[in-house]
Each structure stands twice: as structure tokens, then as C-alpha cells.
Ligand binder design. Sequence first.
Ligand SMILES: [Zn+2]
Length: 213
Amino acid sequence: MNYILLGPPGAGKGTQAKKIVEYFAIVHLSTGDMFREAKKSNEALSKFLSSGQLVPDEIVINMIKERLEKDDIKKGFLFDGFPRTIKQTEELEIILKSKNLKIDAVFLINIYFEEVIKRITGRRVCECGTSYNIGMIPSKEDGKCDRCGRKLIQRNDDKEDVAKERFTVYGKQTKPLIGYYKKIGLLVNIEGAKDEKDVFEQIKRHIKAKNDK
Ligand SMILES: [Zn+2]
């Protein structure tokens, strides 16, 4: 059971990733988490991340290579945030082949641009770590945290123009990957404009159908 999860920012990828790895007891390979961890000891990486630049393929690939050396991945794994480029996709193929491993499916959470922008720009967060969404999970009192009463804020990343830019970058980067995985028959389209339970059900159904054979 080895999978890749793709989807634009705001599609609920993080939530789905958590559900999948918990339900199927596989390992969550999140490049976001790996970056945060590696940043502490890797100065070059730290520089890229704090400048908001894309981390070069070589650094990402080496990190993945190292991670795949660990024994726990034998339980199965889910890539989240990787691969991002065609170069990364091809390198991953080589690494997996050398270990006699393969990807079983690539889940693509499809969601319209308008829906994503609505979700992202509706996000509000509190210093205490609680997050809300104006349309979906509002706080009881407008602009105030239910847990601690502090004022809710909108992160810079969630402002409309930044959100649009992130979506555009995602589209440009990911399109070739989608084509690649479609061509080799691994792509599974997931309807993402539903609530998180429905989205997970679609993924679960697919994994179960494949593994019950
Ligand atoms: Zn709070």
C-alpha cells in the first residue's frame, strides 16, 4: 500500500492524509514535516524555506532517499507534498525501483479554483492554535476565539492575492505530474468539493477495492 496524495492548497490534503495513514496504519511521508525537522540542522535548507523559495529538487530527493531507508516504510506509505516536479517524479521512480517498491495509486483531490479561494480566504486562526473558517467552521462570536476569547487573525498566506498566486503556482507545477501518472494508469480522481468525510470515503473505497482482490 504505497500512495501519493496530490491536490491544490486548500483542498484539505493535510486532513485527508491524516485520515488515510491512521485508517490503514501506513507511514505519513510529509515533506512539509520533514522540512521543518531538517531545518533545525540544515542551514542551506533553512535559507530556502525562510525565503519562501522552492526547495531545489536535489535537496528534496536526497531527503526522500534517506527517509526511504528506514524500515517503517515497509508497512506502506503515503507521500504528501511530494513529488512536486517531473524531475522529482522521475527520481522517485528510480529510487523505488532500486528497492523493489512501487506506487499503487496517486490520489488527486480535485477542487475548483473558486471553491479553494473561498476556503482559503475564509480561514481565521488564533494564537492559541485553534483555526476556524468563516463559511465552514465559524467561531461562535464573530472574530473571537471560542477557546480563549482572543481576536482571530487572517494569515498572510490566506489573503486573496497570495492564495490566488499559490493556486497558480500549484497548477503550473502539478499539471505535468498529473499527465504523467494518468499516462501510466495510476491517477485516481477524487471529488474534493465535498465535506471531509465524503472525500475520505472516496479514497477508502478505492484502496479497499484494490486490496480486497
Ligand atoms: Zn484562541
